[in-house]
Ligand binder design. Structure first.
Ligand code: PLP
Length: 384
């Protein structure tokens, strides 16, 4: 390892001025964005569902293959307002192996999260453990298509229908994916997307809800715009969660290039597989043949007994070389300090184990093969 240290730093310096982070935001060309926002200077229409908002909304309905979609200020408000619009009560079943947002949206609605364990292979909700968590207080299921791995949507819907529960998917990781040929946003009652800067498709900050029921759509619209129906008519107590025109313009530009970005991500993921698949003790994420993937993340699970080094040791070794993978998702949301004493992570033992052994590797469209090779060399140097 030591004799190679200088070579590694040189390569990293050459491409990213010192550091490789876990992700890097996709952006259109500077001129392309400037061209897209030029007419905002004529109209002076900066927000409040202007022409960029309308154009992006239409573009996304087509790209995502969904019936209806509304844009919001971020993915978190998509989740939070969806739960409010559906009038959920009591308990909501979800998983703790997710970003803070999913659990926070439940708690911030005054609801009680009930944590279901995850599947050890694809990290989504373990549907065999779902039904036993349903009580007479349960009102909804909020599963997460984590890392772009699609939940068992058929079984979740079957159980939800049997018990009269709503299904809200946290689809933040699944932009543009299809499952058995159907747009991923068309499953459940509502699917919530995030267009945060770090996601496969971004609007700087942004999000969307996909749905079929227009009555729900009307409620979301009221919640995102103060319940205002006209200059003198305010019908309900809404919040403010509108997407502005500059964010929508970024989305219009990024949508033109997203297929190309996903193709480049695919090449990066394939290189990781070539380099790491044969190593005992590393399990890279697998993609189901039913899914058209977006290559959003590449989680690697390290089995410390077989690999010889723990996840934390691999993380530290990469960090020494200015490469910053992420312990994503660690810690579990049911172990957060803000929930101290409320939940027991031992109720979700698989999630607990995965959270301690998973490392999300650097992955973005412009990561070069040489850089992936450097990252893999360092990971493999930890093999004992
Ligand atoms: C990014 C993300 C969110 C929240 O989206 P924001 O747009 O950042 O508010 C929610 N859930 C998951 C799983 C995410 O990764």
């Amino acid at each position: 390892m030591n004799s190679n240290d200088n070579n590694y730093s040189k390569l990293i310096d050459k491409y990213v001025t010192g550091k490789i982070l876990v992700t890097r935001s996709s952006m259109p060309g500077y001129e392309e964005y400037c061209e897209e926002i030029r007419d905002i200077w004529d109209t002076r229409w900066l927000t409040n569902m202007g022409s960029k908002h309308k154009q992006l909304q239409a573009g996304l309905i087509e790209y995502l293959g969904v019936e209806k979609l509304d844009l919001l200020t971020n993915g978190h408000m998509a989740l939070e307002l969806t739960m409010q619009a559906l009038g959920l009560t009591g308990e909501v079943i979800t998983t703790p192996f997710t970003f803070a947002s999913t659990t926070h949206a439940i708690v911030r609605n005054g609801l009680t999260p009930v944590f279901c364990d995850i599947d050890p292979e694809d990290f989504t909700m373990d549907v065999t453990k779902l039904e036993s968590l349903i009580t007479d207080k349960t009102s909804a299921i909020v599963p997460v298509h984590v890392y772009g791995n699609v939940c068992n949507v058929e079984e979740i819907q079957r159980i939800a229908d049997k018990h009269g529960l709503k299904v809200i998917y946290d689809a933040a990781h699944t932009f543009g994916e299809t499952y058995k040929g159907k747009g991923i946003g068309s499953f459940g009652d509502v699917s919530c997307f995030s267009f945060h800067a770090t996601k496969v498709f971004n609007t700087i900050e942004g999000g969307a809800v996909c749905f079929k029921d227009q009555a729900f759509g009307d409620k979301i619209y009221d919640l995102k715009n103060f319940g205002i129906h006209g200059p003198e008519i305010v019908e309900s107590v809404g919040a403010n969660a509108k997407m502005n025109e500059f964010c929508a313009a970024m989305g219009i530009c990024n949508l033109r290039h997203v297929d190309e970005e996903i193709a480049k991500r695919k090449a990066v993921v394939e290189r990781y597989h070539e380099r790491l698949d044969s190593t005992d003790g590393i399990m890279l994420n697998k993609i189901s043949p039913d899914v058209k993937p977006n290559y959003a993340y590449l989680p690697a699970v390290f089995d410390a007994d077989r690999f010889g080094s723990s996840r934390d040791e691999v993380f530290d070794e990469l960090a020494k070389h200015n490469i910053f993978a992420r312990k994503y998702f660690y810690p579990l949301t049911n172990t957060f300090d803000c929930f101290k004493g409320k939940f027991d992570a031992n109720d979700t033992p698989v999630a607990l184990k995965v959270s301690k052994s998973v490392l999300t590797l650097p992955l973005y469209a412009d990561l070069t093969t040489e850089q992936v090779d450097v990252i893999c060399d360092i990971i493999l140097s930890c093999k004992k």
